[in-house]
Design a protein around this ligand. Structure first.
Ligand code: BGC
Length: 979
């Protein structure tokens, strides 16, 4: 079912500018700029960026920091032909090419991707995204969404990777690798703690979250993305402990660019920029979609020194560095916005994700898969037919190139051997009645079946007709809600006309479901009038008709913005949808009931119950057919009050356009289930971690994250609340055994090897997702289990595979101002879900001393960071000097991330400076960010307050070369070792 895209404020701007340049070919900068020094591919991306930067005027730099002229994509940065800088085209989103473009693949939703727990498959998913975006002329893909599902009511739960930061990070990195391998950059979003839609544009969405929960729950997936090489990050709409996310210094300059060492750039979510100077100085590199704060206002701020040249250069350099790294200067972009980019291979991946992401929650009496004795299958509920819910709404919405409904998929697979029937069972969840069978419709333009659809490029049905074709019925799902060619995105009208031949005599009820304006004429009479603009709604009208006597039928519709939503339905005389379904269920071998719960960006869902009369339909079907299977389509957890009275339950999420084919493969047993829940399904909403209004959606202008780190299963485990279905749970048509756990000793980097056997103990081939959880010593204050490793294992019946995983050092740490390991044994549990742990072991990590003492030696100079003349005076600038083991070269890294000398003085950015060229000195330790440093694995030493690197000035290598702060650039004068 197509859903209207929530239209944020910024869209009005895009719509006003129009889509006039849709057909411009993407330009290649390569030819014009080949002779320029930054085109030398022998240089590093950072060197090339610096070379180009030095050739740019201030105005040219500023142009790169904000939305430019409309280019047909949802975000556009102007190119620069003088210097050969390609334009940037940004486009949604996480599920496929979005924003209404057609000819693309609608993949399974990301939550389904997370439910596969299959990083190799998710890399392929990313490859489909990347290839289709590139083919459309896009070079920045707005996704993936790696925000944690803090609450099942979040309207964007479906476009995220579930409730666990480790799983979200692993799945996200695989997706990003796939995307970036095909041409575009990925833009991981939304940084950070963006976990609800309610008040998302308002000051009320001020998230009050502890440093510990920020570090352990809300930022690790971003950290994984950064380590995995993501080029760009989108900052979010919410405020975090006061400041807006996009002008939040501690989050952007401190954690992301500082501690995580992110060298790419940050783009503001559309309309999430709220200031010029505060944003520019606190880490925001690019405003979108326009230039309200980063246009002339930023020019002024740079000119009057409120934003330094160094900061301007840093923002520009970051964007250029990512562009060079991603090859945007070196490869010709041949993509075209009108190209058809979906392929058979992409559909195969879409289907595979839908198969592996579906979770079998219950399979009593082995009701699934269908057997040779299954001769009749009743598909019941609108979600099994035209109301199939294949995706969520908002910017993650994708115009499918053709949806296979469950009914179509099961019928095709059943062939002549299995009689698959369909009954809608009730109105669709939006109130729509069943569609009129195409065979009863005759187009006005001629013979055959269906209706003639005429499209106009205005909202008033005024000539000329810009497109005309026969459509099988009136249902915007047919073209995915997208405008047809010749009409413009947000504004068009259409007329569907022909004749309908009533099969029986009596009173017919027609329904029209639409947004904006629509009306229905039957036999010349207007029986439904909703021509006034409105939110999406269903209206009905009645008329008496005679069997076999064709009458005229006409639907008019206009679209005033966003994606369209229009469906015509009817109820024949005496027809009772509910009773029809019960009758069909009674005579079937298996009854499969489909239940939908829709969610979308723009609003949260009020509860987690299935809407309308779906629970009743399921219970009534189960009462007449013991072999009842329920297939749920939702973006996150829902309640299932009928769970004990049905035999089978499948969570299919929003499985994308290959839905019917994927489901048929599973239900007929051609594929086995292997998906596992990436979110906990609670028994009721009262059990969720953020159950009070102060926690969700907030009160008194704050959203209290008072559950701290106890998010998702961590909460249920810690509070000892039994969920309906736990995190990590999912059944298979076979069974698995676990054995022979061995746990190694910590290796040099604090990692611990874990090995165990998984055996297929059943009679069918299948795949198990083996999960490894760590329980830290209780003094850490951690919940009982944290997921720290998993592996998908595919086995034939009777086969055993040894799984070898290494848990990283972080697995055994908690955040206590720095990453800390509690003393005592760490429990290691291995199993099939977070509540089905079959093997137990432990390891003790000898608490690495909180302090490490020694010299800081420059890689390029071979000289050490030295306090000249062993001075103890505050503000003594440190320099390079021959390494001599002196106390004035002995730096202790404390648990608080200070670098101390003489036991009293700290390495300090002079006057708390953050600009390039800031002197680095010694000063009394004062616990400020100017004295906190991170020693990164790549050898850089990064200041927390500045996000900048410790740098030997001007690449000097001689004694007395001053040490300063400089933007991290990967050069050897910024690389240091501790021995
Ligand atoms: C959404 C982003 C999206 C952007 C551009 C915003 O409203 O929050 O996720 O990428 O719009 O469409």
């Amino acid at each position: 079912m197509p859903k209207k895209r929530h239209v944020p404020r910024w869209m009005a701007v895009v719509a006003a500018i129009g889509l006039a340049v849709l057909s411009l070919p993407a330009q290649s900068p390569v030819a014009e700029a080949a002779q320029n020094p930054w085109m030398n591919t022998g240089l590093t991306p950072a060197q090339r960026a610096d070379s180009l930067l030095s050739a740019m005027t201030q105005a040219e730099k500023l142009t790169m920091l904000h939305g430019g002229a409309s280019c047909g994509y949802v975000g556009c940065v102007d190119g620069n032909s003088r210097l050969g800088i390609p334009p940037l085209h940004l486009q949604d989103g996480p599920v496929g090419v979005g924003d209404g473009l057609s000819g693309v693949t609608q993949l399974a939703s990301p939550v389904s991707g997370a439910a596969t727990w299959d990083t190799a498959l998710m890399q392929k998913y990313g490859e489909v995204l990347g290839a289709e975006q590139w083919g459309k002329g896009v070079n920045i893909e707005l996704g993936p969404t790696v925000n944690i599902v803090r609450d099942p009511r979040w309207g964007r739960a479906f476009e995220s990777f579930g409730e666990d930061p480790y799983l979200a990070g692993q799945i996200g990195v695989a997706d990003i690798r796939g995307i970036q391998s095909q041409g575009p950059m990925a833009q991981v979003k939304h940084y950070a703690a963006y976990n609800q839609e309610t008040n998302r544009f308002g000051l009320e969405d001020n998230v009050i979250v502890s440093d510990r929960a920020t570090r352990e729950i809300y930022t690790p997936a971003f950290e994984a993305a950064v380590k995995g090489g993501v080029d760009s990050v989108m900052c979010s709409y919410n405020l975090i402990n006061g400041p807006h996310a996009c002008e939040n210094g501690p989050m952007q300059n401190g954690i992301l660019k500082g501690d995580m060492g992110f060298t790419g750039f940050i783009t503001a979510d559309w309309g999430a920029t709220h200031s010029t100077v505060a944003s520019a100085n606190n880490g925001l590199d690019m405003e979108m979609p326009d230039s309200r704060y980063y246009g002339s206002a930023l020019t002024t701020a740079v000119n009057n020194g409120q934003v330094s040249q160094a900061t301007l250069n840093d923002h520009t350099r970051r964007i250029l560095t990512s562009m060079f790294r991603q090859g945007l200067f070196d490869r010709t972009q041949n993509g075209n916005i009108n190209a058809v980019v979906t392929t058979a291979e992409h559909l195969t991946t879409a289907k595979q994700v839908a198969i592996q992401g579906s979770v079998l929650l219950k399979n009593a009496n082995n009701v699934l898969p269908f057997t040779g004795n299954t001769h009749t299958v009743a598909v019941l509920g609108s979600g099994g037919g035209a109301g199939a819910m294949t995706q969520g709404g908002g910017s993650a919405g994708v115009t499918a190139s053709g949806i296979v409904t469950p009914y179509q998929g099961l019928k095709a697979r059943g062939g002549s051997a299995v009689n698959v029937t369909y009954a809608q069972g009730g109105t669709r969840s939006d109130g729509a009645l069943p569609p009129i069978d195409t065979s009863l419709l005759t187009p006005s333009s001629g013979s055959g079946h269906g209706l003639t659809a005429d499209y106009f490029n205005n909202q008033t049905l005024s000539l000329p007709v810009v497109a005309s074709r026969v459509e099988p019925t009136v249902d915007s799902a047919w073209n995915g809600g997208a405008p047809v060619q010749g009409t413009s995105g947000g504004s068009w009208s259409g007329r569907w006309s022909g004749k309908v031949t009533p099969p029986t005599t009596g009173t017919y009820t027609f329904s029209l479901t639409s947004d904006d304006g629509s009306r229905l004429f039957v036999n010349g009479q207007q029986i439904i009038d909703q021509w006034q603009p409105q939110a999406s709604t269903t209206r009905t009208g009645t008329i008496a008709l005679t069997a076999g006597q064709p009458v005229s039928i006409q639907v008019d519709y206009y679209q005033a913005g966003g994606a369209s939503n229009l469906t015509l339905g009817w109820l024949q005389p005496g027809q009772n949808l509910h009773d029809q379904a019960i009758t069909a269920a009674r005579s079937a071998d298996v009854a499969v009931v489909f239940a939908n719960k829709f969610e979308s960006e723009g609003s949260d869902i009020g509860d987690i119950n299935l809407p309308a009369d779906q629970n009743k339909l399921i219970s009534d079907v189960a009462a007449v057919n013991p072999n009842t299977v329920v297939v749920v389509n939702s973006g996150s957890a829902v309640t299932m009050p009928w769970a004990n009275s049905v035999r089978g339950i499948v969570e299919a999420w929003y499985p994308g356009q290959e839905y019917g084919n994927a489901l048929a493969s599973l239900l007929f047993g051609d594929s086995n289930f292997s998906g596992k829940l990436p979110v906990t399904f609670p028994k009721s909403l009262a059990d969720v971690p953020a159950s009070t209004p102060a926690q969700f959606p907030g009160q008194n202008n704050t959203v209290q994250y008072s559950e701290g780190i106890n998010v998702g299963y961590r909460w249920y485990d810690k509070q000892n609340i039994a969920p309906a279905y736990p995190f990590g749970y999912g059944l298979s048509y076979t069974t698995f055994g676990y054995g022979n756990l061995t746990v190694g000793s910590p290796d040099g980097s604090g990692g611990v090897a874990v090995s165990f056997d998984v055996t297929n103990t059943g009679s069918k081939a299948g795949s198990e997702i083996a999960q490894v959880y760590v329980g830290q010593p209780s003094s850490s204050g951690e919940p009982p289990h944290n997921l720290r490793g998993f592996q998908r294992v595919t086995l034939n019946p009777g086969a055993t595979q040894r799984v070898n995983l290494t848990l990283d050092a972080r697995s055994f740490q908690f955040w206590n101002g720095s990453w800390t390991t509690a003393a005592g044994p760490q429990a290691i549990s291995v199993g099939s879900s977070s509540r089905d742990l079959r093997l137990n072991g432990s390891v003790t990590i000898t608490n690495t001393p909180a302090t490490q003492t020694g010299p800081i030696k420059g890689a390029e100079s071979g000289r050490c960071v030295d306090v000249p003349n062993s001075s103890q005076a505050d503000s003594t600038v440190v320099t390079l000097w021959d390494c001599n083991n002196g106390t004035n070269q002995s730096w202790t890294l404390t648990a608080d991330q200070e670098l101390k000398v003489y036991g009293t003085k700290c390495l300090d950015a002079a006057a708390g400076g953050t600009a390039d060229g800031t002197a680095v000195q010694i000063y009394d330790c004062n616990n400020t960010a100017a004295q906190k440093w991170t020693l990164r694995a790549d050898g850089t030493v990064v200041g927390t307050g500045s996000g900048k690197c410790l740098d030997a000035k001007a690449r000097g290598t001689a004694n007395s070369t001053p040490i300063q702060l400089w933007t991290c650039n990967d050069l050897p004068n910024q690389k240091w070792s501790r021995s």
